[in-house]
Every structure is written in C-alpha cells, then in structure tokens.
Design a protein around this ligand. Structure first.
Ligand code: 5GP
Ligand code: ZN
Length: 112
C-alpha cells in the first residue's frame, strides 16, 4: 500500500522511534510544530477518525494511554500538552493514516 505511515511502521522509511508495541508505533514528527511533537499511529491502516469503529474502542483507549505515558516520559505531563487527530481536508489532514499528534513543551497557540 502506498502509505507513508505504513512504510514508517514497516521501517521502509526511517523515523525516530519513541514507542513501539504490537498495536501502535510512535515517532517524532519530521516537521515539528512545537518543541515536543510526536505522532502515534495504529499499526493497522485506518484512514481517519471517521473510519474507527466500535471494534477499535480498545485500540483508541490504548492510543490515549500511550500518549499519556509518552507525555510523562518527555516531561510535559504537568506543563501541559495537546492531543490532536486532524480529520479530513478542513482540519488539514495530509497523511491519510490516522495519527494522534502530541504537542507540548511550550505555550501552544490559543484555539479559543
Ligand atoms: P496531518 O497534517 O495529516 O495531521 O499530519 C501529518 C504529519 O506527518 C505532519 O505534521 C508532517 O510533518 C508529518 N510527516 C509527514 N511525512 C512524514 C515523514 O515521512 N516522517 C515523519 N516523521 N513525519 C512526517
Ligand atoms: Zn497506512
């Protein structure tokens, strides 16, 4: 499949790994938008949040649990961080393999 993140998961495209288990892989974003910018991807190719089903509930809970662990390990648990799934064109999704952005390490732009 011609998917950048599947290739990263397979190691065909190099990345800087942060976390790896049987369900998910996490790596540094190549073009960071904050001092800490990490992506968590399910190993299963899922296009976007729209394509998660109830069968993926445990996977989604796991993704958030891993995000929490990574935030703690990177020292941003207490200072704060943002978790984002960009979904579709208007949100600026550019890679159509669902991924959770972890952003932190500085005051982030106001979304309000
Ligand atoms: P999106 O805009 O789809 O929510 O996020 C895609 C993210 O993937 C972007 O922040 C972009 O910098 C990152 N990205 C795209 N291609 C690569 C790559 O080959 N390696 C890594 N590490 N990140 C990538
Ligand atoms: Zn993929």
């Amino acid at each position: 499949m011609d998917c950048i993140f599947c290739k990263i998961i397979e190691g065909e495209i190099p990345s800087k790994a942060v976390y790896n288990d049987e369900l998910v892989f996490a790596f540094y974003d190549v073009s960071p938008k904050a001092p800490v910018h990490i992506l968590i991807v399910p190993k299963k190719h899922i296009v976007s949040v729209n394509d998660f089903t109830v069968d993926d509930n445990a996977l989604l809970a796991h993704i958030f649990d891993v995000a929490k662990q990574i935030a703690k390990r990177k020292g941003i648990s207490e200072s704060g961080y943002r978790l984002i799934f960009n979904t579709g064109k208007d949100a600026g999704q550019t890679v159509f393999h669902a991924h959770l952005h972890i952003l932190g390490g500085d005051t982030l732009c106001d979304l309000g």
